[in-house]
Design a protein around this ligand. Structure first.
Ligand SMILES: NC(=O)C1=CN([C@@H]2O[C@H](COP(=O)(O)OP(=O)(O)OC[C@H]3O[C@@H](n4cnc5c(N)ncnc54)[C@H](OP(=O)(O)O)[C@@H]3O)[C@@H](O)[C@H]2O)C=CC1
Ligand SMILES: CC(C)(CO)C(=O)C(=O)O
Length: 313
């Protein structure tokens, strides 16, 4: 399987890197500054699961058409931020032939409509990942701690496809924790409700979970956010089962937990945030279902105000 990985940042650099390290046929599609870093230092992974430094195949958008024509890609692992989706779709387009499938691991759900429209729904598989990772100052991919898993699955029948089976085999060979789901919508909603709560709580309070739940009213605040997200999932026809709720709440209310959403790391760095993709989308879905979702709405206002301030400078 010939794999193109768009982006060699936190998630793409980690999962694409582990695949490449195991000998899979991986090429990173990167912008010129990242290409220069990869030329100079190779891909550098810093992880509790093992550091690695090695050269990786990479290409910039201008050179991709010739490369893809010479030998088509089977799979595109899409790991951009949501606000880079349009430029990323333009960049990967020359590599997406009729038999190529795209596996996005972005957070949220809003990217599926534009991807389907551009590449055809049959060519877009459902995906997500659980990891805390970022690109460090020198271009190193920093995996900040457990877990590091990827979940993927067909969004329409047949769920048990050869392409996802082949990708699962590559993940196994690379020792990547993975779930090849036969019900990807359920996995997506389980993650989306968890993440929207985590992002709304930690960004609003500018604090990790442990600090929030130690505050008076903090535990109730997090539980209230999660309840609003659960109501949206229910309204969307993807209710979160009791066991998944229990697991999510144990993480979201764990005393002393250093957990933050990656959105908070971006916010602390003064970077753009995927506010619309995650908290905003949950609020809009709540309103479309006739619900108020006051806690999510407040978090969404906060994130929009942050964005406005960032743009104003
Ligand atoms: N980081 C995390 O811990 C987690 C992130 N996620 C989700 O995964 C997605 C990706 O996040 P993350 O990996 O952190 O993001 P990063 O910003 O670390 O990496 C994204 C990469 O995409 C590259 N990119 C963007 N546009 C283009 C383009 N047009 N051509 C080539 N490369 C491009 C960027 O390149 P450049 O370096 O040139 O800017 C960047 O390196 C997000 O939706 C995020 O919410 C999900 C779970 C955890
Ligand atoms: C919830 C988490 C940490 C899981 O990977 C995540 O997706 C994020 O912070 O963006």
């Amino acid at each position: 399987m010939r794999i193109l990985v768009l982006g060699a940042g936190g998630t793409g650099g980690y999962f694409g890197g582990r695949l490449a390290q195991s000998g899979a046929n991986v090429t990173f599609l990167v912008r010129p500054a990242r290409a220069a870093q990869l030329d100079a230092n190779g891909l550098q992974i810093r992880s509790p699961l093992g550091d690695a430094d090695f050269p990786v195949a990479h290409v910039t958008a201008d050179a991709l058409p010739a490369l893809a024509q010479a030998r088509p890609f089977d799979t595109v692992l899409l790991s951009c931020k949501a606000y880079d989706l349009d430029s990323s779709m333009d960049a990967i387009a020359p590599a997406v032939g009729g038999d190529t499938w795209v596996l996005p691991i972005l957070n949220g759900l809003r990217h599926y409509a534009p991807l389907d429209e551009r590449f055809g729904a049959r060519n877009v598989v459902g995906g997500l990942c659980f990891i805390s990772a970022m690109k460090g100052a020198d271009g190193e991919v920093r995996h900040l701690g457990q877990p590091a898993s990827i979940t993927f699955g067909e969004r329409s029948e047949p769920a048990d496809s050869e392409r996802t089976a082949a990708f699962a085999a590559l993940c196994s060979a690379a020792n990547i924790d993975h779930v090849r789901s036969m019900r990807i919508a359920r996995e997506q909603w389980t993650k989306f409700t968890f993440l929207a709560t985590l992002a709304a709580a930690t960004c609003t309070m500018r604090a990790p979970i442990g600090h929030i739940v130690a505050a008076q009213g903090g535990d109730a605040f997090v539980r209230g956010l999660y309840a609003e997200c659960l109501a949206v999932a229910q309204a969307e026809g993807e209710p979160i089962d009791a066991k998944a709720q229990e697991t999510a709440l144990a993480t979201l209310t764990a005393p002393g937990s250093p957990l933050k959403a990656s959105m908070l790391r971006d916010l602390e760095a003064g970077q753009p945030v995927e506010a619309m993709q995650i908290v905003g989308d949950m609020v809009l879905r709540a309103r479309a279902a006739g619900m108020e979702a006051p806690l999510l709405s407040a978090a969404w206002v906060h994130l929009q105000a942050y964005e406005a301030g960032r743009i104003a400078g």
